[in-house]
Design a protein around this ligand. Structure first.
Ligand code: 4AD
Ligand code: MG
Length: 463
């Protein structure tokens, strides 16, 4: 509370507030008598303008950490309501302006990736970290409100959930080493069997959903992705929800749509400043996209894979120049070029594509009655392609057993998973949303590597 004195009319008149401020100097403009330093402590996208007697500014350069004391007053200048009129400056940590890698001039994305331990000192990267924080919190609020229990699943695992052969192997020094010659003893394993870093928490969540009903987790996921694209990381975060007693794929899509609209709504309420920093000059256009996507009255489009492929085929056949590198055909997976065309050109908004051919999807998805598709969906969004993947799971013991075998998986590795169907198996389903992809979509940031503070991809792990 600010100290106040009584005015003549009896109203309290606010007195300038004495405050102590800690932070870093983002920039400084020096004049003969007074100087203006922009100070940030990283808690918001806003800087605090400090008005300092130029005599006190020795050593105040970009990046220096400071403790300033003074009074907080109404600011006569444009751009801020309040400014700090500084009485005392304490430099806590110096920062050589000749050497400091984060200069005021525009720094390239590659340069900042090479300095990722310093890059959250730039406005955009700091905004991205705060946007992650608020978005994760709103998603947690959503699932809490809907009666989901936040549960923890293991990071080391015996299975490769998606069966894509992208799981990293975990080794322990001196134990998991491969046999160097035929005479050396057979290798043993730290866990008594090969262990992987999780690619998805889904199978473990299914076990929990079989007793807790509604569960979700927010977990790192690891994939040895060889694709160097703007939407793949080797280590990313995924929010996965799983619940028992779903009826069909549309039930699962409803929860995806509802939770993401909630997150978009909260971001537009609470993260406007950070979004504006990330949107940059395209802010008006990007805001329109966000407003339209979160509109409760406008349901996101849903179509089957079969319908989507028909549209792609027609477009491909009628186009003068080959519009896609790979010709779309029923039975082929949708590449990012196809996904983006569907979301950007065909629909111009988020779209659930449902019921893919069984051959394209992992073993756990529930077989549809038509005998060749499964009850699944991918949510595709403009500027990105796939944002969410989910399905209803095969809950019929015999069908699942056959699917495990057909996928070439060892039955003994999945007996625990089959148990879930044997003992009170309930229809259930769920989904996983790639958290960095969500941040990329919301922020319009070009590459997913700028949507996580310290990105990892093939050939790159700096710290
Ligand atoms: O589509 P995916 O592979 O689905 C699963 O893992 C399911 N088991 C999820 C579930 O049903 N519980 O991955 C889910 C999402 C993708 O839609 C994408 O957003 C993201 O995870 N994702 C990645 N994000 C960044 N880098 C990568 N390499 C990613 N791979 C998938
Ligand atoms: Mg997928």
């Amino acid at each position: 509370a600010s100290p106040s004195t009584k005015q003549q009319d009896g109203q309290a008149k606010p007195q300038p507030q004495k405050v102590e401020v800690t932070g870093w100097v983002r920039s400084i403009r020096r004049h003969a008598r007074i100087s203006f330093a922009m100070i940030t402590d990283g808690s918001t996208e806003k800087n605090l303008q400090a008005v300092v007697d130029t005599k006190l500014t020795k050593g105040l350069t970009n990046g220096v950490s400071v403790r300033l004391t003074g009074t907080l007053s109404d600011s006569p200048g444009p751009g801020q309501d309040k400014e700090l009129v500084v009485e005392n400056v304490e430099c806590l940590g110096e920062c050589d302006p000749e050497e400091y890698p984060i200069q005021k001039k525009a720094l390239t994305v590659d340069y900042l990736r090479d300095h990722c331990h310093l890059r959250t000192r730039t406005a955009e990267n700091a905004s991205m970290v705060r946007l992650r924080h608020t978005t994760l919190k709103s998603l947690q609020d959503y699932f809490d409100n809907e009666g989901f229990c936040y549960a923890h699943t293991p990071i080391t695992t015996a299975n490769d959930c998606e069966g894509a052969g992208e799981a990293f192997l975990v080794t322990a020094p001196g134990i998991d080493e491969p046999a160097s010659s035929t005479s050396s003893p057979a290798p043993s394993h730290f866990f008594g069997r090969p262990a992987y870093l999780t690619v998805s928490s889904q199978l473990h969540l299914e076990a929990l959903a079989s007793s807790i009903s509604r569960v979700y987790t927010i977990s790192p996921a690891f994939r040895a992705e060889r694709s160097h694209t703007g939407r793949h990381l080797a280590e990313f975060w995924m929010l996965e929800a799983e619940w028992a007693f779903t009826r069909n794929v549309d039930d699962v899509c409803d929860v995806v749509e509802d939770s993401l609209k909630f997150a978009l709504e909260k971001a537009s309420e609470n993260s406007k400043g950070d979004l504006n920093v990330l949107w940059g000059p395209d802010a008006t256009e990007k805001l329109k996209i966000l407003e339209s996507a979160k509109d409760e009255a406008k349901k996101w489009t849903r179509m089957s894979y079969t319908e989507a492929v028909k549209e792609l085929e027609t477009f491909y056949a009628q186009a003068k120049n080959k519009p896609f590198e790979i010709e779309p055909k029923w039975g082929r997976s949708l590449g990012s070029e196809h996904e983006r065309w569907i979301a950007e050109e065909l629909v111009d908004g988020p779209v659930f594509v449902k019921d893919y051919p069984e051959t394209l999807k992992p073993f756990y998805m529930r077989a549809n009655e038509d005998g060749n598709t499964v009850g699944c969906f991918d949510l595709l969004v403009p500027g990105l392609g796939e944002l969410v993947g989910g399905s209803v799971r095969e809950e019929r013991y015999d069908v699942l057993k056959k699917k495990v075998e057909d996928a070439g998986l060892k039955l003994e590795d999945y007996d625990w998973y089959l148990d879930l169907r044997k003992y009170g198996g309930a229809p259930h389903g769920g989904f996983g949303v790639g958290f960095e992809r969500l941040v990329k979509w919301m922020s319009g940031v070009e590459n997913i590597r700028e949507c996580i503070p310290m990105p990892r991809w093939q050939g790159r792990m700096l710290l």
